[in-house]
Design a protein around this ligand. Structure first.
Ligand SMILES: Nc1ncnc2c1ncn2[C@@H]1O[C@H](COP(=O)(O)OP(=O)(O)OP(=O)(O)O)[C@@H](O)[C@H]1O
Length: 284
């Protein structure tokens, strides 16, 4: 055997060589056995029970499930707005509280929650003002993010002068303007009609591709979840838990709206629907 051949034989097969194995990226969100029980007046409510989930950097993960299955509660735990009653939760490798204090995430709520007495640019600038960002930088960032959500021409308008879809885009700009690694979105388009929602879905997907953020997104719509997501987490209530996780990454990053008529899209939607049905059966 040649010397080179002997050396080659000494090498273990590539996947077993620790130095060459690709290190898995640290999850942006990691939940292990996460539980939250609300102490209500009549009986305790198990809003989350034994939730295990890792979300990798750059993923777009949607949460879907019937009312009361704990979607909002899970997002609020990640945002440190609720305290879990059991299990482990880390955000960017630290506690949810430490991540909040580091301003690791932006939160987009169900309603745009814009202040009516502030112009759109001053609404978007609000977190930057609270964080003490100097005026010149504030102006530059607000202009950049209003441009990103295609609202440049509306900076001086007041919220009531904008359509519902434009208000949603303004609230997304506000959540993005301090450049958080993680975006938490709780049914941001729930109140909008189908056409506007389609348009915003396509824009959000383009924004996600352009910014490489990690997104956690709550929705009640199966097509919206499958269209936007790399993974869809299907949940069911009483107690709130994960019943299925549907991998949608195979649809690829470029998703024209027509993809929703493709066999693969319909198959994924059907799988989510079956998960929802199974969760309901559990409840009987
Ligand atoms: N502060 C609270 N005190 C008591 N119970 C609560 C509280 N907040 C939520 N719950 C209950 O916890 C459960 C989960 O609520 P959560 O809002 O997380 O569900 P959801 O899946 O987001 O629902 P929806 O789709 O209607 O927004 C529900 O049964 C709800 O009534």
């Amino acid at each position: 055997m040649s010397r080179a051949g002997a050396l080659a034989l000494k090498q273990p097969p590539e996947p077993d060589r620790p130095a060459l194995r690709a290190a898995a990226p640290r999850p942006v969100v990691s939940a292990r056995g996460l539980c939250l029980t609300y102490e209500a007046a009549d009986a305790p409510v198990r809003a989350l029970a034994d939730v295990d989930l890792d979300v990798a950097p750059g993923e777009f993960v949607s949460f879907i499930g019937p009312s009361g299955c704990g979607k909002t509660t899970l997002l609020r735990c990640v945002a440190d707005l609720e305290q879990p009653t059991g299990g482990e939760l880390t955000v960017n490798g630290v506690s949810a509280e430490a991540a909040r204090l580091r301003r690791d995430y932006g939160f987009v709520f169900q309603a745009p929650a814009l202040y009516p007495w502030r112009t759109i640019e001053r609404n978007v600038a609000l977190p930057l003002e609270l964080f003490g960002v100097p005026r010149a930088e504030r102006r530059e960032r607000v202009a950049r993010y209003l441009d990103l959500v295609q609202l440049s021409g509306f900076a001086k308008k007041f919220p009531w002068q904008l359509s519902g879809g434009m208000q949603s885009r303004a609230s997304i700009a506000r959540a993005l303007c301090f450049d958080p690694k993680l975006l938490l979105m709780d049914e941001p388009f729930g109140a909008l009609d189908e056409i506007v929602r389609d348009h915003l879905n396509a824009q959000l997907l383009a924004l996600w591709r352009a910014t490489a953020k990690t997104v956690l997104f709550v929705t009640h719509s199966i097509p919206e979840a499958v269209y936007l997501s790399t993974r869809v987490v299907v949940m069911s209530p009483r107690p709130g838990r994960i019943v299925d996780i549907v991998d949608c990454a195979g649809l690829g990053p470029e998703r024209p709206l027509e993809i929703r008529e493709s066999p693969e899209f319909l198959r994924l939607g059907q799988r989510v629907r079956e998960g929802l049905r199974a969760g309901h059966a559990y409840d009987a």
